[in-house]
Design a protein around this ligand. Structure first.
Ligand SMILES: C[S@@+](CC[C@H](N)C(=O)[O-])C[C@H]1O[C@@H](n2cnc3c(N)ncnc32)[C@H](O)[C@@H]1O
Length: 296
């Protein structure tokens, strides 16, 4: 297992937005550059108590969260016999089934083994699990001849890391956007001043219109955040979408606003009050800015 951060609040937002996209615009081809393991045994620590466990507890009271497929799928795996948190690949495989083909990339052998087990478990006919650099493998996959609508989920630890001569995750994301394929790009940060940074950087690499939904952890302390501790104020994370319908972005915005509402009375692990501030950002033809109506 190469992803120690499963089920934290950053995963909740990433996976809730991804599920919303998959439900509204299901692709015929789905690829992940950084797939991680299929699923992770759930743990009841403070990070998950603020993340997936609190989400499942409060979601029924907020319409956009209550009806999300993410809630349904995550709850079924966590409360099921196995007691596991589904990673992005299992979330996608569960939602899309054999209506889609898959390319799932990772460099970690344990993650690859787990993804293959889940592909068999879910009886998928066309699921390629590749122990390979995700940027190189997905770039080749994208240039293939299939006419099925494609969606690429790019979820890197390091947005600028690259194999010699290859794309970085940010460059690959811009290439995906330019190709016309649907893009879901995840990013994180540990300084409140970096809100929506990936949107700004991607907008310099592509003229394709982008939408960004950003959540910042808030609290009494104003110190720098820590992406490894997703409950620290000043930590933030978001998703950047491309080539998706305006209604899909609006539904993701509704989810982000509902999450901010649902965490309005949250308590951080140190006992102090905490919350989530949601902002959305949209760009047209390389121009990017913030729609004040979307600050929440
Ligand atoms: C944050 S985890 C992925 C989580 C997963 N996408 C989810 O949302 O459940 C990042 C993964 O990227 C993998 N990784 C790191 N560099 C990679 C690369 N160049 N190509 C493919 N996978 C990579 C790591 O092994 C790790 O499993």
């Amino acid at each position: 297992m190469a992803n120690r951060h499963f089920g934290k609040i950053a995963d909740v937002w990433k996976h809730a937005a991804l599920a919303e996209v998959l439900e509204r615009e299901p692709p015929g081809r789905y690829a992940e550059t950084h797939a991680g393991s299929g699923a992770y045994p759930i743990v009841n620590d403070r990070e998950r108590e603020f993340g997936i466990l609190r989400f499942l507890e409060v979601a029924p009271r907020f319409a956009a969260l209550a009806r999300s497929r993410y809630r349904e799928v995550a709850a079924s795996y966590i409360k099921g016999d196995r007691g596991v948190y589904p990673g992005s690949a299992v979330l996608a495989m569960t939602m899309l089934g054999n209506a889609s083909s898959y390319l799932l990339c990772d460099l970690d052998q344990n993650s690859i083994t787990d993804l293959r087990l889940w592909s068999r478990e879910l009886s998928l006919h066309n699921c390629d699990v590749a122990e390979a650099d995700g940027m190189a493998a997905v770039a080749t996959w994208l240039d293939g001849e299939s006419r099925q609508p494609a969606l690429v989920h790019v979820d890197p630890f390091d947005p600028d890391a690259r194999a010699p001569g290859g794309y970085s995750a940010l460059e690959l994301a811009a290439h995906v956007a330019d190709s016309g394929a649907r893009l879901v790009y995840w990013y994180g940060y540990d300084d409140a001043g970096d809100q929506a940074w990936a949107h700004r950087r991607l907008a310099t690499l592509t003229t394709t219109p982008l939408w960004c939904g950003d959540l910042l952890v808030t609290g009494a302390s104003s110190g720098p955040g820590d992406l490894g501790v997703a409950t620290s104020p000043g930590t933030g994370f978001g998703v950047v979408l491309a080539n998706l319908q305006a209604e899909t972005a609006a539904a993701c915005a509704a989810l982000g606003m509902a999450l901010a509402d649902a965490y309005a009375d949250a308590v951080l692990p140190d006992g102090s009050p905490g919350g989530l501030a949601f902002t959305s950002h949209a760009s047209e033809n390389g121009e990017q800015g913030q729609d004040p109506a979307r600050v929440h």
